[in-house]
Design a protein around this ligand. Structure first.
Ligand SMILES: [Fe+2]
Ligand SMILES: [Fe+2]
Length: 271
């Protein structure tokens, strides 16, 4: 673990702030804003790993927008399952985009940071489980569609990561809501692992490589994990990191290191 101080602001490293599962309701305006306003002093960008609202209501999205608008650092997000619950994910995304947030679903964005291209590929992801214990695209149409939903999201993540490679990004980050690996689910009941992520996301990440993979969703999980291909995975669900955001330092030689979390504490109960 490398502690990141304010003096380590040179272009030798990219400083990534990340949090997911903030689950803001209409009564949460101003809850995170004081901590987020410190971001320009300690981070080059903020990643939001989905479940930004409680129930996907547009009014809740407006609260999220108020927390992250005009922070002085770029903000990149994927939506989570909660952000879909009210059936208006496109409107939730629009409200966030109107606030300047890059909302990704099978898409990438390239940010100029300290003279370097920092690429983020994002997709919500979906369920299905992990190698040896995963759902298969077999049998009833409902089961096939369940697995196809995951596969399509993983394919979108793969395409987006490929775009980052084509752009020659110095740093490449994969951002999802669901987990690509079981490592970061440790602490969750084993019985619900198949509903917390999918190995197909990790296969997409390993196919292209990345300097960091960030996800949320697993509130009872563990922060640190790794794909089979050696990509560092971080579960930044707010109940896991126990702060307003986690900070990661990505040296431009490609080796990620964890920094100290900072900010506000909040806990939530559902995924
Ligand atoms: Fe979730
Ligand atoms: Fe959540």
């Amino acid at each position: 673990m490398t502690l990141l101080g304010p003096e380590r602001t040179g272009p030798d490293a990219i400083r990534v702030a990340a949090v997911g599962d903030i689950h803001l309701g209409e009564d949460c305006a101003g809850l995170l804003r004081p901590a987020f306003e410190a971001l320009p002093d300690c981070a080059d960008l903020l990643l939001l790993a989905g479940d930004l609202t409680r129930h996907g209501e547009v009014a809740e999205a407006r609260v999220v927008a108020g927390e992250v608008a005009s922070l002085g650092v770029p903000v990149v997000a994927v939506l989570g399952n909660h952000d879909h619950h009210a059936g208006e994910p496109a409107e939730v995304a629009r409200v966030l985009r109107d606030a300047g947030v890059h909302v990704l679903e099978g898409e990438s964005t390239v940010l100029p940071v300290a003279g370097h291209k920092v690429g983020v590929a994002g997709a919500k992801g979906f369920c299905g489980g992990f190698v040896g214990r995963s759902a298969g695209e077999f049998g009833e149409p409902e089961m096939k569609e369940f697995v196809r939903t995951t596969r399509r999201s993983a394919e979108g993540l793969s395409r987006a990561l490929g775009e980052l490679t084509a752009h020659g990004c110095a740093v490449r980050i994969a951002l999802t809501h669901f987990s690509p690996v079981p490592d970061t689910l440790a602490g969750e009941p084993l019985e619900i692992y198949p509903f917390l992520g999918s190995y197909l996301l990790a296969e997409a990440i390993d196919a292209h490589g990345a300097d960091l993979a960030v996800h949320g969703h697993a509130h009872l999980g563990t922060e640190h994990g790794m794909t089979a291909g050696g990509v560092r995975v971080r579960n930044v669900a707010q109940p896991v990191i126990d702060h307003a955001f986690a900070l990661y330092r990505l040296p431009l030689d490609g080796h990620a290191a964890t920094a100290a979390p900072a900010g506000l504490t909040a806990r939530y109960g559902t995924h």
